[in-house]
Design a protein around this ligand. Structure first.
Ligand code: ADP
Ligand code: ZN
Ligand code: MG
Length: 346
């Protein structure tokens, strides 16, 4: 029998705000451990969160750039779980009413245009980081506690690793052009959980999925998808069942391993965050963000091809990062022939 993979993604992007989501601590990466902390982000009793309005702005901006509806009213919820990097023992996130819903992202695979539906985009706080050290044992760094994130959740619309990578490239480019996230994977600013199931070709039903967490690079994501689809197909071929669980991808061995059975929403005992009011956005506020969206990579590629008669490859190269596109446009403004400017950059 022929099988196909069915994949949905949950992407976390750290936002490029100066301060954290609920306090005035800096979000700067790489500071000495526990130097960017205060009673709010270390969960001291009685400390109260105040929502950073730039987080709302960035989340709405990303939503509008990906065709989502931005809800005029949304709220924050507590997601309860115990872990040493989470001093409050709950994460403030959004549960049933996220800020953005129902978007769509377009991308190209081997020249063919494809798209993926977005279920939602919500904002939430990051957790701290456990550092494992041979001398000190495990220490916890709370600097990352309360760094703002958006989580971008897709419908299970991908059928291959190539589609997933093309989508992620597009998402990263969009976040960078909007200035919403720097997307530095090596610093953990962009992280991706991959949900994957397999089913017989032609079937409309969804199979049981596994979730692979915190994959560190696009290459690791592609390998993990390859390995995990084969593993699930082999199980089905032997007449066995796929267990719904969270799996870890071991980059050195190129295999996935079971971490824990999948937790359900009810395990988190979500409830509305009592320390924060709902977020109410005016039509004007949303329209103003929409009117001020910058020209994105896709639009630039089309314009460069038309206005400057640049080959497709050149357009792709000079728009691969907003800083390059800015540089290219500066060259043009200074009178450089477009093809020559593109050649210099490449
Ligand atoms: P949870 O609440 O457990 O996180 P969701 O229903 O929100 O689960 O889905 C999380 C992600 O998993 C989404 O990206 C979704 O598209 C994907 N997903 C859900 N079911 C499947 C499935 N059977 N196969 C592949 N991906 C799936
Ligand atoms: Zn703080
Ligand atoms: Mg979910």
């Amino acid at each position: 029998m022929k099988y196909e993979a069915v994949i949905g993604l949950e992407v976390h992007a750290e936002l490029s705000t100066k301060s954290k989501i609920f306090c005035a601590c800096s979000t700067e990466f790489g500071a000495p451990i526990n130097s960017h902390t205060c009673p709010v982000c270390t969960g001291m009793p009685g400390a109260l969160p105040v929502l950073n309005k730039q987080v709302v702005h960035y989340a709405a901006k990303m939503g509008l750039a990906t065709g989502c509806t931005v809800n005029r009213l949304c709220k924050s919820d507590r997601k309860n779980y115990f872990y040493p990097d989470l001093p409050k023992a709950y994460q403030i996130s959004q549960f049933d009413v996220p800020i953005c819903e129902n978007g769509e992202v377009f991308f190209y695979v081997d020249g063919e245009k494809k798209s993926c539906r977005l279920e939602r985009i919500h904002f939430e706080e990051d957790a701290g980081k456990l550092l494992h050290d041979e001398i000190d044992g495990t220490v916890v760094d709370f600097n990352r506690c309360g760094v703002p994130l958006i989580e971008i959740v897709t419908e299970p619309d991908f059928r291959s690793g190539a589609e997933v990578i093309a989508y992620l490239e597009k998402l990263k480019e969009t976040l960078q052009y909007l200035g919403v996230s720097d997307c530095k994977m090596q610093e953990g600013s962009l992280r991706c959980d991959v949900n994957l199931s397999v089913r017989p070709m032609g079937s409309q039903e969804l199979g049981t999925r596994t979730e692979m967490k915190n994959l560190g690079s696009f290459k690791a994501i592609a390998r993990a998808i390859q390995y995990e689809s084969q593993r699930q197909i082999a199980l089905l071929e032997r007449g066995e069942r796929v267990m719904q669980e969270t799996r870890r991808f071991d980059e050195e061995r190129g295999e996935t391993f079971s971490m824990r059975s999948k937790e359900e929403a009810r395990d988190y005992r979500y409830f509305p965050e009592p320390d924060l009011p709902p977020v109410v956005l005016s039509q004007e506020y949303i329209q103003d963000i929409r009117d001020n969206l910058p020209e994105l990579g896709e639009a630039k590629r089309r314009r460069y091809a038309q206005e400057y008669q640049l080959p497709e490859y050149d357009c792709q190269m000079v728009t691969s990062h907003p800083a390059l596109a800015r540089f290219f446009e500066k060259l043009i403004a200074l009178g450089t022939p477009p093809k020559q400017g593109a050649n210099w950059i490449m």
